[in-house]
Write a protein that binds this ligand. Sequence first.
Ligand code: HAM
Length: 430
Amino acid sequence: MSMFKTVRGMRDFLPKDAENLRYVEQVTRELADLYGYEEILTPIVESHELLAAKSGEEIRQRMYVFKDLGGRKVALRPEFTASVARLVATKLRNAPKPLKLFSVGSLYRYDEPQYGRFREFWQANYELMGSEKPEADAEILTVTNHLLKKLGLRNYYIKIGHVGILRGILSQEDIVEQQQNHVMQMLDKKSWDEALTTIKQLGASQQCLTTLKKVFETRGKATFGILKKTEKTVQKYESAVAAVQNLRQILTLATTGNKFETLIEPGFARGLEYYTGIIFEAYVPELEIALGGGGRYDKLIEQFGGEPTPAVGVAPGIDRIVLAMKKQKNQFRIRTENRAVVIPVNAEMKIKAFEISSMLREVMIPTELEVTGRTVSKALSDADRREITYAVLVGPEELAEGKVVLRNLITRKQKTVEIKELVKKLKATK
Ligand code: HAM
């Protein structure tokens, strides 16, 4: 039989990789708790119809779709939002609003594997449902900023747009939603010229084309200046003006008391089709790919048969956050507790070594037991390699006096200590 490999686009997480991923996951969960988002778990396998409904052409074509043994057409989830919206349309239909829901887990997209793009990847996901107010959008931006800051990322910025600007212009030009969706996919891929040609073919006016061209050219970090300029550019399009005003309200709230860099880009689009309001993505200068993305989607829950429920959310991409933290040489974990390894110096000492390691674990001192029967010096050099802080050497002479040798693997000093003193010594800081 040939040697097995992982399937293309799939990854194994060896201990260090797993530790990094779980560290970021843990911080996302801590933030969920801090902001009052309750965790839910939804299945990885959902009906294809649900996942395909509003995900947009791009993601639709990249779903893992198959028939299960019962003949149902199912897919592996490419994102969380559809599943959360399904819950709010069904089981949580009558739950008091606002609903603040958190999820974290693996997702599947048949993307072309490349740096930062995997077929199985991890997201955390925060959804705030039941408020159409700008403070809800501002909260989601605040959570996003807080997460990146808490993980120690530097120089990150949040690229922000509003689908109401482009859709407002296109609607007033009588371009129907389906055609708008098609144009938005082109814009998501930054194919501005192709989008303009298509819009022209759809019968848009010269005024529309001039306006859009200007919108596409406008972007910058001076938030309120860019918004003012955009408002002027789109002044002939009433609902586009309202969208700019909505962005201004959101950003006034989000940037008061929080400092984060923004890049306002009114012509920016995202692949997902369900957005109705603000859209955004987070970046660091070291990576070209987004660390996370989100936006407002006020129609999805009713499209799934639920009550009309305005909603806004964000999904930080855990894998890419890990990549960004590595690029910036950030710390993934600060280990402050001592870790011990208990080493019997000969076979007769095994039972006592077992006993001592159990005693240490009882009081929650991370403790390993030497289980291979190798020599003390080999066991010590292995403990060094694994950055264990203390070795407890169990030998007959010390044991006869109720003692063991405690060796500090960092300072390399050792002394004989009473077994009953051991806990106190190991609980002390390094
Ligand atoms: P999204 O932009 O498709 O949005 O994905 C969010 C993040 O997931 C991306 O910014 C990226 O970090 C990560 N991601 C996406 N695809 C891959 C991949 N192939 N490999 C590695 N990471 C990836 C959503 O999924 C929306 N559901 C976000 C949202 C929540 N909108 C409202 N609520």
